[in-house]
Design a binder for this molecule. Sequence first.
Ligand code: ADP
Ligand code: MG
Length: 725
Amino acid sequence: MELTTKAGSVIHKLPAGVSPELSQPIQYLKGVGPKRGELFHKLGVRTIKDALYYFPYRYEDRGNIKKIARVSFGSYETVTGTVIRAGNITTPRRRMKLFELTVKDETGSVTGIWFNQPYMSRVFHEGDRVILYGLVKQDQYKHYRPVMENPEYEIIDESGDETIHTGRIVPIYKATAGLAVRQIRSVIKGVVDEFAPKLNDFLPEEMLKKYKVPALSIAVREAHFPEMETDISLLNSKGTRAQKRLIFDEFLLLEMGLMSMRKGRAKAPGRVLNGNGGLRRAFRSRLPFRLTQAQEKVIHEISRDMERPTRMNRLLQGDVGCGKTVVALMAALQAVEAGAQSAIMAPTEILAEQHYLNIKKYLAPLGINVALLTGSVKKKNMEKALRELVEGEAQLAVGTHSLIQEGVVFKDLGLVIVDEQHRFGVMQRAKLSGKACGSGANPPAAPDVLVMTATPIPRTLALTVYGDLDISVIDSVPPGRTPVRTKLFDDSGRAEVYRLLKGELQRGSLGYVVYPLVEESEKSDLKAAKEGAEKLAEIFGEYPVGLLHGRMKPEEKESVMEDFRAGKIRLLVSTTVIEVGLDVQDATVMVIEHAERFGLSQLHQLRGRVGRGGRQSYCILMADRPADNSRERLQAMLKSSSGFDIAEEDLKLRGPGEFFGTKQSGLPEITYGDIIRGYKIIEAARTEASAIIERDPELKFDTGRALSLELKEKWKDRLELIKIS
Ligand code: ADP
Ligand code: MG
């Protein structure tokens, strides 16, 4: 099935976006060259345009020039004067090599000191007029004398050119080894002067007026080299009109791209999936528990959606352990009642297998045939499953990415369920729901889609990222659960951890010990996990220890999991394969080794493996000397057990790009705007995006054309990919 978005289809016919001048490689610029070019690449700057968009992360006010007699010790100050002495010296006692520069104005003098940079003596000459900026300290020996260590400097030449590094509000760029801020600033100043005026503004005049923001070339210049009188704190919070304009641009392009994706999908005719409720009633009666009110509510929302002739696109959010699986099964059964097939896609083999076993247990007695499709299903079984799906003998397919492979054809796929959505991208979701249905004169309409996630996100964000989805939320967990207690230990606390673990095992509980996946080498993780298992087997002699890892054959994994569930294995040591979805009620301890190496939502998912029964459960984080950012993650884990809090914290710590894995998800990276704090701008961008598409759906008039070029550049081939949705 090939549906092309209206805006999207046009975009591809247009020639490549950037003007050739702006797409020139950075190394061709005077003063850059191949070597520095490489370093610029490291910063993500490849072309002139990239350089224009390489914005400073903060600004310093070096424009407020003080008389030397007025500077205060302990403050950052800017002074200007004439060089009266410049030379290298060696300190008498500690024999350090210094370059000293003494600068004088009509009120006094200050000394700049540079350590181990003898070449500085070639930079300055007596009589030069200079500006210095830096922290003012007292001279070690003559306390009344002000000195500045490694100050920023600028030599003022006769031509009276504007200064770059001092004497103004100065941009501070992220630098890299071998390429200093100062060098970056010089290059960017040149680029901005020459090329910013050549940027093609893609916002219509009226919009600039409406939002009182400057034209693109001015906005870019101002974001790098702000006017003297700009409010420095406003600048540092990205609040100037120029900066707001640039943030707006970024969101506008994001929203426009998303909208053209949505448009394509909205056109897909939906289908009525209406059943007599028989299977659902039978399923309910087999459940060992009553559904919670929160579950009933979302089941109702989903059911009504499926009955409608429009296509369902719904996101089901709910914290780990709140019971999303049964909700998914109720939806699947409704599709089956209506005579259609359902597919459930899970992110890992273990989870797919667990779903499969679980679902089979409940549904086989109802006469429903479930097919399993994962990468490691045996060829013979795979062939059987594929045949059953295309012939309609299997009503339900459970699997991993294997489900979206070519060659998987359904007779009549009515409902697609994606579990743990945060692990998949927009593209994969689109691919599954675009899954071919068997041949026939009238191909059935595209399937309904239900995506589930335990990584909830704030509403404005959800609107943007999942803007095409309706949202259902399970806002409570089943009754009788006790919140998991989370504790942090370093290696010195190991004995205590083992005591706690032993206590739990003695009480009849099960425990997990998880080792992180180090990406560079799957082997070494496995080694750590294996050694861990051996050591634990020694310590906990009387309790059987099992090992689970990604490289085991599916049958082996299954049998280990089964032994664990049955209590034949009491302590399960594993690599991260158990991260999502596993559900073993009797497990009450989760020990996470090297917790500092895990991401926040991963930690939360792992913690969610315990606390599923009524008993008090523990999550033990083992971490040695964590770096600052991992410390923050661990603190967040100690502070809250709510998936909503955790997700928000995670988003803050990692930023949206990484949080959503936009690289895989297919969304362009938001680099300048802040997707959390910038929600007001996002809303404005969304309104304008839809107005533009409404007015000029093919983006062919005036600014529409410029916009479509920009869109194409930003989204690259991603809009093309969307066709399959
Ligand atoms: P998640 O939302 O994380 O996918 P699961 O669907 O795996 O959660 O459910 C977690 C556990 O809670 C499972 O063992 C499931 O059988 C159980 N469960 C689900 N709904 C209820 C309920 N209403 N009452 C009691 N237990 C429930
Ligand atoms: Mg789940």
